[in-house]
Design a protein around this ligand. Structure first.
Ligand SMILES: N[C@@H](CCC(=O)N[C@@H](CS)C(=O)NCC(=O)O)C(=O)O
Length: 364
């Protein structure tokens, strides 16, 4: 699951051939011949195995943007657009990178509407759609480049007969009119390393070589047990897989709580990729996952270190603009009718993440 993009320019050739090989293999897997009907995954809720456990499908478009001007996708200002949903933790980590690296002037972005809607009149697929006008839903904007009605339309522009799940984030190439990459763990590594010639904060390295092993180790724990773990709790259709996911989730949260009792961030006293990846799940935890995904064994605000850490990261300049709690709450409670049939949004707890935290006092 982890991206494998080394940040040094000497490894670009290796990276590029890996990326090309992956693009070819997934493009082949994603294209269907007209004689073989392919079932389209309608949403994450359809990705549940016969055992009742949630099993996330890997992302499809895996090309890379490189600093090198001769690359197929060169890191040029104004060429790319990031389609996100403010509700989505995977998209939000990309948005956090745009802000932290000072790339939001060079890479445009827009958010879809928070609640899934029908994407076609001809079938019953439910997914991300764009508002018709800029003032229909605060925070969401119409597709500025392709006139797409839905994210599904974008995937079909990029690849006719696309049969996978039309997910956000999407890193879109305006020039070639295609999806460069739809895997957030890879997009953030590109944003960290490849756009430094046009970034306002090129010196910020969230994936420094000396912390690489530690970052990958933390990501390994956090991705499976926490980021994806909350979905495994929420989408489980049987008690056994739910119980297993909850146990794994809380073991990992306890471990993070312990680590954060000794240091300010997950890999030491500097902010890294591992923190951004953990933060996007923590900020949604008490507002949504505790209720909607049944992660209520212990609340985030009952973990002193994790709770203060979440406030600490939220208060880093730029980060609060990536957290739209209105979209987050509307999306989850409103888009999964099999979990919340009436779409009722609970009123609480409305936590103030701007409240003071104790992280500076303890660790600087
Ligand atoms: N592996 C992808 C996962 C992206 C993903 O699953 N996004 C969700 C939103 S949080 C989505 O777009 N789901 C569409 C659906 O369920 O139909 C990444 O990290 O970029």
């Amino acid at each position: 699951m982890l991206g494998l993009v080394p940040s040094s320019s000497s490894s670009h050739l290796l990276c590029r051939s890996l990326a090309a090989a992956r693009t070819l293999s997934v493009a082949a897997a994603g294209s269907s011949s007209s004689s073989s009907p392919v079932k389209m995954a309608r949403s994450a809720l359809d990705e549940v195995t016969d055992t009742g456990a949630f099993d996330r499908t890997p992302s499809t478009f895996r090309s890379f943007v490189f600093r090198d001007a001769s690359a197929r996708f060169p890191a040029v200002a104004g060429r790319y657009h990031l389609y996100v949903s403010y509700a989505c933790p995977w998209a939000s980590r990309c948005l956090a990178y745009l802000k932290l690296k000072g790339l939001d002037h060079a890479i445009s972005f827009s958010s879809v509407k928070p609640i899934f809607e029908r994407t076609r009149e001809s079938d019953d697929h439910l997914g991300w759609v764009f508002p018709a006008t800029a003032d229909e839903v605060p925070g969401a904007g119409p597709d500025p480049f392709n006139g797409a009605k839905s994210v599904r339309d974008l995937y079909e522009i990029a690849s006719t007969n696309y049969t996978g799940k039309p997910t956000v984030p999407v890193l879109w190439d305006k020039q070639l009119k295609t999806v460069v990459n739809n895997e957030s763990s890879e997009i953030i590594r590109m944003l960290n390393a490849e756009f430094n010639d046009i970034a306002e904060n090129p010196g910020l390295d969230l994936n420094p070589a000396h912390l690489q092993v530690s970052i990958d180790e933390v990501n390994g724990l956090v991705y499976d047990a926490i980021n994806n773990g909350v979905y495994k709790c929420g989408f489980a259709k049987k008690q056994g897989p739910y119980d297993e996911a909850v146990t794994t989730l809380y073991e990992a949260l306890d471990k993070c709580e312990e680590i954060l009792g000794k240091q300010r961030y997950m890999c030491g006293n500097q902010l890294t990729e591992a923190d951004v990846r953990l933060f996007v799940t923590l900020i949604r935890f008490d507002e949504v996952y505790a209720v909607h995904f049944k992660c209520n064994k212990k609340l985030l605000r009952e973990y002193p270190n994790l709770f203060n850490y979440t406030k600490d990261i939220y208060q880093i300049p730029g980060i609060n603009s990536t957290v739209n709690m209105e979209h987050i709450r509307k999306h989850y409670y409103g888009s999964h009718p099999s979990i919340n049939p009436y779409g009722i949004i609970p009123q609480g707890p409305n936590i103030d993440y701007n409240a003071p935290h104790d992280r500076e006092r303890l660790f600087l």
